[in-house]
Design a binder for this molecule. Structure first.
Ligand SMILES: Cc1cc2nc3c(=O)[nH]c(=O)nc-3n(C[C@H](O)[C@H](O)[C@H](O)COP(=O)(O)OP(=O)(O)OC[C@H]3O[C@@H](n4cnc5c(N)ncnc54)[C@H](O)[C@@H]3O)c2cc1C
Length: 503
């Protein structure tokens, strides 16, 4: 046995078969290859494919929302978490091993180079899936998506049966089929084309010096349909503004049984923006605008879901943090639980009917206790993200102001059916006019704009079929992704319930 393989005989084996989401386990997996180098990946991939064909999966942080890595058919896992080096190559720029995590990449880029990625904040999310699927976070209105900065990718591919798995470097400067392969890594998602070993960025944004974290909590007893509508309108105005790209808001519309709605806003401040007084005044203005809609308070309960944060103040200087401290404060991934997620992009505000539907599902009481960790999270979007053309990367959604994430968590298996039904009913109800999904082709008001591939939702396959689901993620970019897949993985070795189909 090579030194980087583990199997049933090893005490740690079971732990490698489990996703962050407690729903997913690879119960029939026979071997996990713990790769330390790109050469290990080549050897492991070649061997695993010869033994198990398409039942080989790649694992970085293990945070996939669906069972794409950990399922009953999985026979071998290529675990690349040890490929986590970070550095600066004189020719190719900053590089990150794809086995790193949000937190490991943040600390090294920030401490060593004073740079940041506009990626997600949750510490444990892996770069293998996160960056290849787009990667957005609290700095994305200011700096765009992570893939908007990506300039090169090293990956191990297996094009044909006869040609051994081998490493290739593709970049912005590549041409022909290699240009397609590079483009596909900029949001076409992990688990589709090969094993990514390294990401390269010729330039990266400078780190902010400080950040305000403003946290507001609205008591559900004060909220009726009217107030909910006003809060959403305020948030739409906030998200479409052109003068606040340094701000990012997360509005957590928790189920009523959780008692509070939460809003967190991060305001990043550049090192040259010395006038903190001005920022302080603008924070106070923001707080007043919200108070005119609804009384707000300091959160009394732990905030649900990832990016959770329990602050103690809203508008004093105490909520001004050094940037490292701000990132550390907002980096929670939440506990390992069972969870289900759905997503949607929106270009405009919610209609009155939408608000009524949201209110209805958030106040529904099929089983109060089971739903106290269920929510609709609305993230402000747009800003720099919307300055890119819809075909520049595989992510076509370049004029939305909101990214929505429907979430339901449960800690006891017996609550699964209530939570799964709630989230599906909510989603299909709000998009019923467009075929029960946010399909822009069926929305004459040009509001909804598909879904985010990094928030995969296998339920979509049941509602609109695989082709329909892939259309929602990639819209006009799907054809190019399919032809790239055909070129680089014609045997469909890299597959899942929602992998890019062959042409
Ligand atoms: C707590 C939490 C917080 C999140 N926050 C954000 C956020 O703020 N912003 C955001 O954009 N997304 C966020 N996400 C979604 C996240 O970006 C995706 O779940 C992402 O795909 C996870 O990557 P991973 O490597 O951890 O997962 P994995 O389960 O390891 O991988 C996900 C997919 O990518 C494939 N893959 C993994 N590594 C490689 C590789 N090296 N080469 C090729 N394919 C690979 C896998 O096979 C799988 O199909 C969050 C998810 C969670 C659970």
């Amino acid at each position: 046995m090579k030194k980087f393989e583990v199997n049933q005989g090893f005490p740690q084996f079971q732990s490698f078969l489990q996703g962050f989401n407690r729903r997913w386990f690879a119960s029939n997996c026979e071997v996990v290859y713990l790769c330390q180098t790109t050469r290990d990946v080549e050897i492991a991939l070649e061997e695993a494919i010869s033994l198990y064909g398409g039942n080989v999966k790649i694992k970085s942080g293990g945070h996939c929302y669906e069972n794409f890595v950990f399922n009953e058919e999985t026979k071998a896992i290529i675990d690349i978490t040890s490929l986590n080096d970070v550095g600066l190559d004189p020719q190719k720029g900053y590089y990150l091993g794809s086995g790193g995590s949000n937190w490991s990449s943040f600390t090294t880029l920030f401490n060593t180079f004073g740079k940041v990625l506009p990626s997600g904040s949750c510490y444990s999310v892996g770069l293998g899936g996160h960056i290849s699927g787009g990667g957005y976070g609290l700095l994305s209105r200011l700096h765009g998506l992570t893939v908007d900065w990506l300039t090169g990718v090293e990956l191990v591919v297996k094009e044909t049966n006869s040609k051994p798995a081998h490493t290739i470097y593709v970049s912005k400067e590549s041409t022909g089929a290699e240009q397609d392969l590079f483009w596909a890594q900029c949001g076409g998602g992990g688990g589709n084309f090969g094993v990514i070993t390294k990401y390269f960025f010729r330039e990266l944004p400078e780190a902010p010096a400080k950040a305000y974290i403003s946290a507001y909590s609205f008591d559900w007893t004060d909220v009726r349909v009217q107030e909910l509508g006003m809060l959403l309108s305020w948030f739409a105005d906030f998200s479409r503004r052109e003068d606040n790209w340094n701000q990012f808001g997360l509005l957590k519309l928790n189920h009523q049984s959780a008692e509070e709605i939460n809003l967190t806003i991060q305001t990043a401040i550049d090192k040259d923006e010395v006038s903190y007084d001005l920022h302080d005044q603008s924070m106070k203005r923001l707080s007043k605008e919200l108070r005119d809609i609804l009384p707000h308070n300091i959160p009394r309960k732990p905030i649900i879901g990832y990016g959770a944060y329990l602050p103690y103040c809203m508008e004093s200087n105490d909520n001004l943090y050094t940037y490292y401290e701000a990132t550390q404060t907002l980096n929670l991934s939440g506990p390992n639980q069972y969870g289900k997620y759905k997503s949607a992009y929106m270009r405009k505000n919610f209609s009155n009917e939408d608000v009524e539907i949201i209110f209805k599902h958030l106040t529904k009481e099929p089983d109060n206790l089971a739903l106290n960790q269920s929510l609709l999270q609305i993230d402000s979007y747009g800003g720099k993200i919307n300055t890119f053309d819809s075909t520049a990367t595989p992510i076509p959604q370049r004029d939305s102001i909101f990214k929505l994430q429907y979430q339901s968590y449960w800690s006891e298996e017996k609550n699964a059916s209530v939570c799964l039904k709630w989230i599906r009913d909510f989603y299909t109800d709000i998009y019923k006019e467009y075929g029960c999904v946010p399909d822009p082709n069926h929305d004459s008001s040009s509001n909804v704009d598909g879904c985010y591939y990094n928030y995969p939702d296998s339920d979509l396959n049941d509602i609109v079929g695989l082709e329909g689901a892939m259309h929602l993620y990639f819209l006009e970019n799907l054809d190019r992704l399919k032809s790239t897949k055909q070129q680089w993985d014609p045997n469909n070795y890299f597959n899942s319930a929602q992998s890019i189909p062959l042409q």
